[in-house]
Ligand binder design. Structure first.
Ligand code: IPE
Ligand code: IPE
Ligand code: MG
Ligand code: MG
Ligand code: MG
Length: 289
């Protein structure tokens, strides 16, 4: 398992240097540093790194893409926590950015990180790859925002079953950025869009992306706030639509195991370089933070 997290210090160093070099007001740079680098698992840049390596690339080449996805993810968390959204006061074990620096700064920091995600790609990857990566990231970001609209404001087709609606919401709000992280990593490693490796990684990413949010819903009802580093036992009282509420925890665990098998099945035929991705799927299926 340690091998999964081995690139984390390098990813953090890259993000630190990137933020230090920004020509922005110091208070904004500080707010970006606070929300981007204060805690967090760095799952998405780790996926970008390992999908790059699984596609025969050196993980170093994935760093701009990993930074881009983490910037969009951090933006999504800062805005997700705002009073108009989930109204949360704790994130990654610390006060949320709007509690720490005020609501205006939180809105503007999210805006800045959204732009910086694309800026880092345009600046630090070669032009033909940059166009591909920007498109992947744009699709992931737009779907994440659509998912947040389903979650917060509704709009899911009424004729769908409750489980299908949950699936659609989760695949958008959380799955889409995880899918982008994996596909961008594969592209950095040299995988062609129509290659077997890209197809396998895409199916894998869609399975772990949906699984990740189902696990998040389970964490809300099974873990303490201290362990999770964010308020738990909150979704039901906030009237959130979740897998845990719709199916119960036991049924969720069965679905999580099914998605883990689907993810591993998709990459298994692609060879031994993908073993690390298998370990990530297993780790995500049993995580408690
Ligand atoms: C939390 O994501 C928000 C969801 C999409 C469920 P993570 O659990 O990856 O959060 P950090 O980055 O580790 O804080
Ligand atoms: C968040 O879903 C998804 C995004 C930030 C896009 P949640 O609202 O369930 O995430 P947490 O539980 O606050 O981390
Ligand atoms: Mg939310
Ligand atoms: Mg939330
Ligand atoms: Mg949640």
């Amino acid at each position: 398992m340690d091998a999964i997290f081995a690139p984390t210090p390098r990813i953090d160093q890259y993000l630190h240097e990137f933020v230090a070099g920004l020509s922005l007001p110091e208070n904004l740079r500080e707010a970006i540093r606070y929300s981007l680098l204060g805690g967090g698992k760095r799952l998405r840049p780790l996926l970008t790194w390992h999908c790059c390596e699984a596609s025969c690339g050196d993980g170093e080449r994935s760093l701009p893409a990993g930074a881009a996805v983490e910037l969009i993810h951090a933006f999504s968390l800062v805005h997700d926590d705002l009073p108009a959204m989930d109204d949360d006061d704790l994130r990654r074990g610390r006060p949320t950015l709007h509690i720490h620096a005020g609501e205006a700064m939180a809105i503007l920091t999210g805006d800045a990180m959204l732009s910086l995600g694309f800026h880092v790609l345009a600046d630090r990857t070669e032009p033909s790859l940059a166009i591909r990566l920007c498109k992947e990231l744009a699709v992931g970001t737009e779907q994440m925002i659509a998912g947040q609209v389903y979650d917060t404001l509704g709009g899911l087709p009424a004729e769908m079953s409750e489980v299908d609606r949950l699936r659609m919401m989760h695949m958008n709000k959380t799955g889409a950025l995880i899918r982008a992280a994996c596909r961008m990593g594969a592209a950095c490693g040299g995988a062609d869009d129509r290659s077997a490796i890209m197809q396998g990684i895409t199916t894998y990413a869609e399975a772990i992306g949906l699984m990740f949010q189902i696990v998040d819903d389970v964490i809300d009802v099974t873990q303490t706030t201290e362990r999770a580093g964010k308020r738990t036992n909150k979704d039901a009282s906030a009237g959130k639509r979740t897998f845990a509420a719709a199916l119960g925890v036991d049924q969720c665990r069965r679905l999580i195991a099914e998605l883990e098998s689907r993810a591993i099945g998709a990459i298994w035929p692609l060879g031994s370089s993908l073993l690390r991705l298998r370990d990530i799927a297993t780790m995500l299926a049993s995580r408690s933070v």
